[in-house]
Design a protein around this ligand. Structure first.
Ligand code: SF4
Length: 318
């Protein structure tokens, strides 16, 4: 394992109880993430991407498994002891206005996290707010504005400034551009890339859209019903997708994998994601998979190694 690993997630699982039934939101997910790199987490809604992000941040507790952040096993650390670590782990939400107090000015909202962590004086924090606003491309006057006075793109820049205020090492970006117009999406993605370079930030970038994830990610994990069904370096995943689910996700962004010889055979994803309260037997993707066999309906596929850094959970991978 590289020695600059910032985050290591080992076999974490999370079960929720819903209507007296078990909902396996996350099952045996593992990955490592080096400092300064980006892991893209992709899947349809209900795949468990956001739950996984919250488990990593310990906003939710996992039922089993281990999370090591910056050399510390944080899986069992008590909430109070987590506080200093929280400075190093931040989150950017899809809808930043939902996490901003509508009665607080933008300047106060950005300063708030620094005040909670008792960083600096009021004057030095306000100075830092100005620096952060400038860095994310907003004029200083924005600090006196209230959230409802800003556009979606401006609000997301405020969300980024707030996340940066504590000099974090890891930022979970939870669908940060999906509510924005395409031209604004590109600007925000470029800003995130610039900030990553400047501050050596490590990102987990969550999106339902592979096209968005492609721009930022070094590695991509594809989630389906709470499980990682394929994981690979971004280039490899785009050029050699092995899991049928990854293949249809790629087709949906019109990126036809070169390796597929007969492009007439391309198939579009069928049906809806099954209820996680009642997942299918065998391979959970089988009701929607064009290649499903009898084996797929009864035997759950394990992780098959495609290469040292690439695996897929599919019986077709030999
Ligand atoms: Fe499709 Fe079978 Fe592979 Fe599942 S294991 S993705 S059903 S071919």
């Amino acid at each position: 394992m590289p020695n600059n690993v910032l985050l290591e997630v080992e076999n974490i699982s999370k079960i929720f109880r819903v209507q007296g039934k078990k909902l396996h939101a996350i099952e045996n997910v593992s990955f490592t993430l080096e400092a300064g790199k980006t892991l893209g987490l992709v899947g349809e809604s209900g795949s468990g991407k956001s739950t996984l992000g919250r488990l990593v941040l310990r906003l939710l507790d996992s039922d089993k498994g281990k999370i090591t952040f910056d050399g510390t096993n944080i899986s069992k650390v008590r909430k109070k002891a987590l506080r200093p670590l929280r400075r190093d782990m931040q989150i950017i939400f899809q809808d930043p206005s939902a996490s901003l107090n509508p009665r607080m000015t933008v300047g106060d909202a950005i300063e708030d996290a620094m005040a909670i962590h008792k960083i600096g004086t009021k004057a030095s924090r306000q100075e830092r707010v100005s620096e952060l606003l400038k860095r994310v491309g907003l004029p200083d006057e924005v600090k006196y504005a209230y959230p409802h006075e800003l556009s979606g793109g401006q609000l997301q820049r405020v969300g980024i400034a707030r996340a940066l205020s504590l000099n974090p090492k890891l930022i979970i970006c939870d669908e940060p551009v999906s509510a924005l117009d395409v031209s604004i999406q590109v600007q925000i993605i470029q800003l995130l890339l610039d900030l990553q370079k400047e501050f050596n930030l490590t990102y987990i970038f969550i999106s339902h859209n592979l096209a968005v994830v492609e721009y930022l990610s070094d590695e991509i994990a594809v989630l389906y019903l709470g499980e990682v069904v394929e994981q690979a370096p971004a280039d490899e995943l785009f050029h050699k997708p092995m899991h049928p689910y990854t293949q249809v996700l790629l087709q949906s962004i019109l990126k036809v994998p070169d390796r597929m010889e007969n492009k007439q055979e391309l198939l579009f994803i069928q049906g809806e994601v099954p209820s996680p309260l009642n997942p299918p037997n065998g391979c959970t993707f089988h009701p929607r998979c064009a290649y499903a066999t009898d084996e797929c309906k009864s035997v759950k596929p394990g992780r098959k190694e495609v290469s040292e850094s690439h695996f897929a959970a599919c019986h077709l991978v030999k």
